[in-house]
Design a protein around this ligand. Sequence first.
Ligand SMILES: N[C@@H](CCC(=O)N[C@@H](CS)C(=O)NCC(=O)O)C(=O)O
Length: 198
Amino acid sequence: MKLFSSPTSPYARKARVLIIELGLEQAVEIANVATMEDPDDLHAANPLGKVPALIVNNEVALYDSPVICEYLNAKNANKFMAADGDARWDCLRREALGDGVIDASFLRTMERLKPAEQQSLLWLERWANAIARGVAEIEKDISGRGDRFDLGDVTAACALGYLDLRHSDLEWRNGHDALAAWFETVSARPSIQTTVPG
Ligand SMILES: N[C@@H](CCC(=O)N[C@@H](CS)C(=O)NCC(=O)O)C(=O)O
C-alpha cells in the first residue's frame, strides 16, 4: 500500500497513527507530497488533490481519512472501531467531532494566511467558537474512558496536536485540565510521538 501524506496534515496523521498502531509500517509506503504543487500522482489517486489518499493495490485508491481509517480498521480485525453496535456509532460520532475540530482549525489556518484586510472576522470567530465547543465536547468524551484508544481517540489526539501546531493562541488547555492530562498520556504512545506534525 502507499499513503499520500504530508508531515503537517492532521487528516493524514490519523491514518499514519493507525498504520503504526496496527503494525503496518512495512506494508505501507508513506509518500509525502506538496499538495499545492498539484502532483500528478496525487491527482491520479485523489481527484480532489488532498491528502491522505491510500493506494490499496496498483489501481484502487481510497480517500478521505474516515474511509481510509475504516478500511485499515476493517482489514485488521476491527481493533480501532467496533464492526457494529452502539460502540461503533459512538466511535464514528467522536471521529466526526475530531474531524470537525480539524476542519474549523484548518479553515482558520487558511483564512489567517490571507492579507489582513481580506480576512473575515465573522468566520474567524465562528471557527474559533466551533473549536472551543468541540474541545469541550472531546473532554466530556474522554471522561471515564479508561485506557481506551480507538479511532475516535486517535482523531481527537490529531485535532489537539494540530491546535498546538497552528493555533496555540487559542490556548485549548485553559479550563480543560482533564483533557490536557489525557493528551499528555496519549502523547507518550510511539504512534503519536513519531507523527508529531512539523
Ligand atoms: N475530509 C478530508 C480533508 C483532507 C484535507 O483537507 N487535506 C488537506 C491537508 S490538511 C489537503 O490536502 N489540502 C490540499 C487542498 O485542499 O488542495 C479528509 O478527512 O481526509
